[in-house]
Design a protein around this ligand. Structure first.
Ligand code: ATP
Ligand code: MG
Length: 304
């Protein structure tokens, strides 16, 4: 069968609105599927949409980026589908790959900004966390943090100063953010201060909601806050809400056991620990202070 029309003149969207747009659409679909038997009744969609798909041919090879795209990153595609035993040619419109990638990057930028990781801690990733030659519990802690990042379990990382608790918690946040999750790192003391200061300008509800609703919340240095009835209540409300909604909470603490952590949380300690014991993995790291190790290595000129 003879092709239904010439497409060379079609340059702009308004060119497409010609009386023979149906014929042109048919010509395009026949050419696309190399089948001159296709009939106009098999085209499911407006002729203008088919012609838009034709106009976009090759635009992927010469993509100007979604910001300068004349079609604002929209992509028309034609597919052959079987509908109740009848073959039809369907045209759909969606976001093109460049626009999807730009949107993913924008979302990641927002997630990174809202993850609140201090600039100096951006280096804290699983890749930069060393285990070679260090105590076995350092390796266990890294494995556990990686597993929890993968399966969404909550985690309590306890132990002395400088053993890598905050490093691992930050590494989890960065990994989750790179996977499109809303993960937030916050020192417990700062969170409580922000809630308290927020009473003045009406922002405390918003701050507490953000902490409740993050996919993953790291409360760094739990137990370092002043134990007041108010602080215990705010922390209990937060932990209880996250527990009830099955959200992942990661806690770092200098406490040496769950019991000691509970004692640092005032009169709500037992109830918080009860929820954590049920929902979280816990590891109390026994190792030397990494900061001290680095200083010694630096002095004697080790290279690691
Ligand atoms: N195994 C490790 N590999 C690489 N760097 C590490 C390791 N452990 C700790 N560090 C680094 O040592 C420093 C202290 O670690 P981190 O802040 O995680 O300790 P911490 O256990 O949270 O201590 P604190 O109880 O004082 O808060 C950080 O700069 C961290 O990046
Ligand atoms: Mg720390």
């Amino acid at each position: 069968m003879k092709p239904a029309g010439d497409t060379a003149a079609v340059k702009t969207f308004s060119d497409l609105r010609s009386p023979d747009s149906g014929e042109r659409a048919l010509f395009y679909v026949r050419r696309l599927f190399e089948d001159d038997e296709i009939t106009g009744r098999q085209l499911a969609g407006s002729p203008l949409d088919f012609l838009k798909a034709m106009q976009q041919e090759g635009c992927h090879e010469d993509c100007p980026g979604s910001d300068s795209c004349p079609d604002a990153g929209m992509r028309w595609t034609v597919s052959r589908e079987d509908l109740l035993g009848r073959t039809v040619y369907l045209v759909r419109v969606g976001r093109c790959r460049a626009r999807q990638e730009a949107e993913r990057q924008r979302k990641t930028e927002i997630m990174v900004a809202s993850s609140r990781i201090p600039e100096g801690m951006k280096k804290c990733t699983f890749d930069t966390f060393k285990t070679a030659g260090l105590e076995p519990s350092i390796r266990t802690a890294k494995g556990l943090a990686m597993a929890c990042a993968d399966d969404g379990s909550s985690l309590v990382l306890g132990g002395g100063t400088g053993v890598g608790k905050t490093h691992l918690a930050v590494a989890m946040v960065q990994l989750l953010v790179s996977r499109g999750k809303c993960a937030v790192f916050v020192p417990t003391v700062d969170l409580l201060d922000e809630i308290k200061n927020g009473y003045g300008d009406g922002r405390s509800d918003q701050i507490e909601r953000g902490a409740r609703e993050a996919d993953c919340l790291v409360l760094d240095d739990l137990g370092a806050q002043r134990t007041t009835e108010w602080a215990a209540e705010r922390l209990f409300a937060l932990m209880d809400d996250r527990y009830r909604n099955g959200r992942q909470t990661v806690i770092t603490t200098n406490a040496a056991s769950m019991k000691a952590l509970g004692e640092s949380l005032g009169d709500k300690g037992a109830r918080i620990i009860s929820r954590l014991s049920e929902s979280a993995q816990a590891l109390f790291i026994k190792a030397k202070d990494y900061r001290g190790r680095k200083a010694v290595q630096g002095r004697v000129g080790y290279v690691d």
